[in-house]
Design a protein around this ligand. Sequence first.
Ligand code: NDP
Ligand code: OXD
Length: 309
Amino acid sequence: MRITVCLTQTRPEPWVEGLRAALPDADIQAWEPGAPQADHAVVWAPPQDFIDAQPGLRGLFNIGAGVDALLQLKLPPETQVVRLDDAGMSVQMAEYVCHALIRHFREFDFYEAEAREGRWAFRKPRERADFAVGVMGLGVLGERVARAIGQFEFPVNGWSRSPKAVEGLRCFAGEAAFDDFLGASRVLVNLLPLTEATRGILNSRNLSRLNQGEPGGYLINVARGAHLVEADLIPLLDSGQLAGATLDVFEVEPLPADHPFWRHPKITVTPHGSARTMREASIAQIAGKIRAIERGEPVAGVVDPKRGY
Ligand code: NDP
Ligand code: OXD
């Protein structure tokens, strides 16, 4: 069995070594133009040239959870795309989102500013019941995040495409329930995949519906930059309709140095690191799936190109 590794923005050598250790019988090489046809590929944002040069791939293993960039390419119809299925990401995502939520709810920005001035000051405690959190996307990451938030006793709403029942969560499904979901939520966490149905979903109309339309909503976007209509955010913050936003992902990454999000006092920016790919866990998962596919068994995380995730 031949496996090729084609990674952009990531050094392929440690992946090649790790995969060789996990699959000692396979011939595993970093891809170069002119390389022979492989059975499977391990990829991150490969160029179209790579796909065109490897038309007979059976499995295309993405070293991330989101496959939006991969699905922009023209892929052979027989090639099965497989995404990472947690592999150490959901616990990181839960940490990140709970941190952002609690930092906002407990007003830690205020206390940090007061401490810098040497002031011993209190704010009136806020009620959790007034800070219902809405998690968009109840997949591998969203469900874990929703459960983690529930541990802190915030009311939690979840929104997915297909109906779900998750203990401790008020679940909403489909477009028809979207406005009710928004209205019932004050803090919005985005964990949707980027598809034609979800691009631009974080827009002025939808963000203004948070919290029954009352001012004071808060946005945490950890999915993809193109979910947010960036031009809509600052007017919502400046008018007070939204109290703040924590953003990990952007339309253009790295976020350009002159982008207004960097300096806006109500926006916290992090560099697309809310849940990093963990190399060892990912290699173990991908190697296990390749072995299963070779035995003719089904694997988790197979992408449906029509759905887009
Ligand atoms: P999953 O595919 O497991 O979950 C996706 C969820 O979104 C599912 O619950 C799905 O509904 C729901 N969904 C999809 N389309 C719609 C729609 N049109 N309306 C309502 N709900 C919808 O993905 P993951 O949880 O693994 O990952 C989510 C995203 O997080 C990734 O696609 C990626 O973009 C992002 N990500 C960001 C990272 C970062 O570092 N910032 C790291 C990793 C991932 P249903 O259950 O009905 O199918
Ligand atoms: C991913 C990501 O999709 O890192 O895994 O954004």
